[in-house]
Design a protein around this ligand. Structure first.
Ligand code: GLU
Length: 297
């Protein structure tokens, strides 16, 4: 059976881009009679707010995007991440952000630095000398990860060269998104991951973690980003496109009608309920082109 998920972060009110992704994730699962999970990513305690968690559930209900099960909050799953972490070949990294910057390594596809390996082979004495709490990096092999994304097609990353050893636990003790997302989706039995194409660059790393931890790898679908009429990425700062404002301006049907049309699922942007879109959905209709939203959205 297909198992999909919504994995929103409660760091703000849901935004038009999140609604677009949630709609496609939901349609994919419902069109295959699968199971939908809600998995709230409140990993970062500084950025997650309880009020946003409540609002997320309400906004999804308002849209008519239901789920069959809610997974435990990430903030309660430290033991799961600790276990996975202990199975990885990790080492402490004492580099400061500015030092990473100075090493002027090229950027990985998601904008993070390709780690130069500065702390990879420190001796115990050198580690004892450092006066700061380390982050933890996982040692990646000289390996090429390839996968076929359901929207973006064949993708390939040379892990060591194009990504480098990456952080799986931050210096404040919080486990990194890369590790948590893999553990959570694997333990939830997720078979397909639908999310924004801003995360395409993280996927090779995550697939490598799935394999290293002995988990089956799900199918990935990265959905095109929505962009403003001037071509710029929609930002969470544009309050007029968050759900508080969208719910004042639209009904669920008028909002989904416009989004379904932008996605390429329907001929017109006539109002339509989520469940009426199920039999119009097909991944073949979703290409990788960014979607420019109309000026009057
Ligand atoms: N929590 C992430 C977001 O809201 C999505 C992570 C994922 O789907 O893997 O953008």
């Amino acid at each position: 059976m297909t198992v999909g998920r919504f994995a929103p972060s409660p760091s703000g009110r849901m935004h038009l881009g999140n609604v677009f992704t949630a709609l496609l994730a939901w349609l994919s699962v419902r069109s295959q009679d699968g199971k939908m999970l809600l998995r709230i990513e409140d990993l970062d305690p500084d950025r997650s707010k309880r009020a946003y968690i409540t609002a997320l559930r309400e906004d999804l209900c308002w849209l008519g995007l239901d789920w069959d099960e809610e997974m435990p909050l990430q903030s309660t799953r430290g033991a799961v991440y600790t276990k996975a972490f202990s199975q990885l070949d990790t080492y402490p990294c004492y580099c400061k952000r500015s030092e990473l910057h100075d090493a002027s390594a090229p950027h990985a596809s998601d904008g993070t630095f390709i780690y130069a390996g500065t702390c990879r082979n420190l001796t115990d004495a050198e580690r004892a000398d450092k006066q700061r709490k380390p982050a933890w990096r996982v040692r990646v092999p000289e390996e090429t990860v390839s996968f076929c994304d359901g929207v973006f097609g064949t993708q390939e990353e040379k892990l060591a060269e194009e990504c480098g050893d990456f952080i799986v636990r931050r210096s404040d003790g919080v486990y990194a998104y890369q590790l948590a997302v893999v553990c959570d989706d694997a333990l939830g039995g997720v078979t397909e991951v639908v999310r924004g194409s801003d995360l395409l660059g993280s996927t090779a790393r995550q697939i490598w973690l799935y394999r290293t931890l002995g988990f089956p790898v799900p199918q990935f679908y990265h959905v095109p980003l929505l962009v403003a009429p001037d071509g710029k990425r929609l930002s969470k700062r544009e309050k007029s496109l968050d759900m508080a404002h969208l719910r004042e301006k639209y009904t669920p049907e008028t909002l989904l009608g416009r989004l379904a049309h932008i996605a390429g699922l329907t001929e017109t942007d006539a109002p339509i309920a989520a469940r009426e879109l199920i039999n119009q959905f097909s991944w073949e209709k979703i290409d990788r082109e960014m979607r420019v939203i109309p000026t009057d959205f």
